[in-house]
Design a protein around this ligand. Structure first.
Ligand code: SAH
Length: 506
């Protein structure tokens, strides 16, 4: 049976501008065929086993010709595959979606079109330029700035176009800027009309150049303004100062490597992206089952009713514990009368997901603070269970035992280096593509350093942002230099610390 091809708009750059429909079809794709402009993070919406084929398409450097791309679409669909053809922006706005859908139609193969946010509107919007506005523009047109060189004559009616439409938006026009602006002026658009170029719109490296139709070509040449960019002509450009919102964010322009386990990264990444940063998630650790075995945890679960307290020191600990409890066919009720302590708000939230409220959560988030917060609740005769990572520090059980408590520690999970990411990490650091690296645990630091094959001096220029003093100390001991530390030991605190550092620096 034949498969199906989804010609899917990937949006202009910011991967979050993918449509829900696009995300849904990606989620069940067998094959993803994608272009140069699509953000690689879009591929993470596809199943891990999906075949991902890059077909390139920078102006001159066609990795695969258009005919070959069409052959590939047809071949994969004939194999019965669900094919997602990801295209930058919208597939029908200078995206050759027409040719591809026609070829599929002619071959008798099913296809669907999923529109996307076109860069023609998305890039100006992220630069604070509306394409229409009640005060400044009641029409807009999207025009190619790169006419087919094989055509002998222009298919653009410059004489009519130059003044007929309030806002003109040219795609693929950087190279031809001198001739485009010349045509506009020749056919009656005043040279004083505001004009802007927006490069890599909606992405962390977005750049905007504002000038007039008369001088933008010269100014762009002077600063070597490169493609890909959208060229916008019209009074709407003058609205930018009052509508800028993206490139004024506190972390705009910063590239931050977020080192966490895959499961934890999204919360921090999301926060940093909201502040305007570009985040590259580089998981340095992976959570695995305990290296010894589950014996200690299983025994503790067997006698759960005898504990007065169960203390959780990480969200991973919470998840690993309940996962094992469920493995034994039991649920939260097995905790019986035991009181619960959580090292911080994220761990308390993890308990919440299992329908439980922590009785004690300290204001600060280290083992020392947790011990101090527990002190008032303990008489010294309690039995306490701490399910946690193998590598954790001894300070918490030591302190509790000193106070007379009987403490059982059991390994609920392990953290191991995510060696599969060594190459990516080394490459990022060597290219100096990162401004800041975040660490949320000492084990992440150790694993990060173990994975990094780049010369150590590349780390001297990178700011190291730590979630708390223990992690910072591990960084210092490892010889890392530009260390900043969060005041509040949470992902929100870490984001705030990076923001303060950025503000001070500028
Ligand atoms: N189908 C795409 C356009 C493809 S043509 C869309 O709807 O957006 C490629 C041109 O789109 C580039 O030369 C550039 O002019 C523009 N473009 C695409 N992404 C862009 C971005 N993020 N910022 C600025 N221009 C972009």
């Amino acid at each position: 049976m034949n498969g199906i091809v989804y010609l899917t708009g990937a949006g202009p750059g910011d991967y979050r501008l993918l449509t829900l429909r696009g995300q849904e079809v990606l989620g069940r794709a067998d094959v993803v065929i994608y272009d140069y402009l699509a953000d690689p993070r879009l591929l993470e919406f596809a199943p891990p086993g999906a075949e991902k084929i890059y077909v390139g398409k920078k102006a001159a450097d066609h990795t695969l010709s258009q005919d070959k791309i069409i052959d590939l679409l047809i071949a994969k669909a004939k194999e019965g595959k669900t094919v997602v053809r990801l295209k930058g922006g919208d597939p029908f706005v200078f995206g050759r979606g027409g040719e591809e859908s026609r070829a599929l139609h002619d071959a008798g193969l099913p296809f669907e079109i999923i529109p996307g946010v076109t860069s023609a509107i998305g890039a100006p919007a992220y630069a604070g330029i509306p394409v229409t506005d009640r005060t400044a523009a009641s029409s807009f047109a999207v025009v190619t700035g790169h006419e087919d060189p094989t055509k002998g004559h222009s298919s653009i009616h410059w004489d009519k176009l130059a003044t007929a439409v309030d806002t003109l938006i040219f795609l693929m026009g950087v190279h031809n800027l001198p001739s485009i602006t010349k045509q506009l002026i020749t056919y009656g658009r005043p040279a004083s009309t505001p004009a802007a170029l927006v490069r890599w719109g909606t992405k962390a490296d977005q750049e905007t150049l504002v000038a007039t139709v008369g001088d933008i070509a010269e100014k762009a040449a002077a600063c070597h303004f490169q493609a890909p960019a959208v060229f916008i002509v019209g009074d709407v450009v003058a609205l930018r100062p009052s509508m800028q919102w993206f490139d004024t964010k506190p972390l705009f322009g910063l590239t931050i490597a977020v080192t966490r386990t895959h499961a934890q990264a999204p919360a921090l990444t999301h926060r940093l992206e909201e502040l305007g940063a570009r985040c590259l998630e580089v998981p340095t650790i992976r959570i695995t089952p305990p290296t010894d075995d589950y014996q200690a945890l299983d025994e503790a679960i067997g006698r759960l009713a005898s504990y007065d307290w169960v203390i959780f020191t990480s969200t991973n600990g919470v998840d690993a514990f309940f996962h094992r409890l469920q493995h034994h066919g039991r649920d939260s009720r097995a905790l019986g009368r035991a009181k619960l302590a959580a090292i911080g708000s994220a761990t308390a939230e993890a308990l919440n997901r299992y329908g439980l409220r922590a009785d004690v959560v300290p204001d600060a988030y280290c083992a020392e603070d947790l011990a101090a917060a527990l002190e008032a609740h303990l008489s010294g005769k309690e039995r306490i269970l701490i399910p946690r990572a193998k590598e954790a520090r001894p300070v918490l059980p030591d302190t509790l035992r000193r106070w007379g408590a009987v403490v059982d520690i059991c390994q609920a999970y392990c953290t191991v280096a995510a060696s599969e990411n060594s190459e990516t990490l080394t490459d990022l650091l060597t290219r100096r593509a990162v401004d800041v690296v975040t660490f949320t645990s000492s084990s992440a630091v150790q694993n990060f350093l173990a994975l990094n094959q780049a010369p150590t001096d590349v780390l001297d220029d990178i700011t190291i942002a730590c979630i708390g003093p223990i992690t910072a100390r591990t960084c210092q001991e490892a010889g890392l230099k530009k260390i900043i530390t969060a005041q509040t030991y949470t992902t929100a605190g870490l984001a705030e610390c990076i923001t303060d550092w950025r503000i001070q620096k500028s």
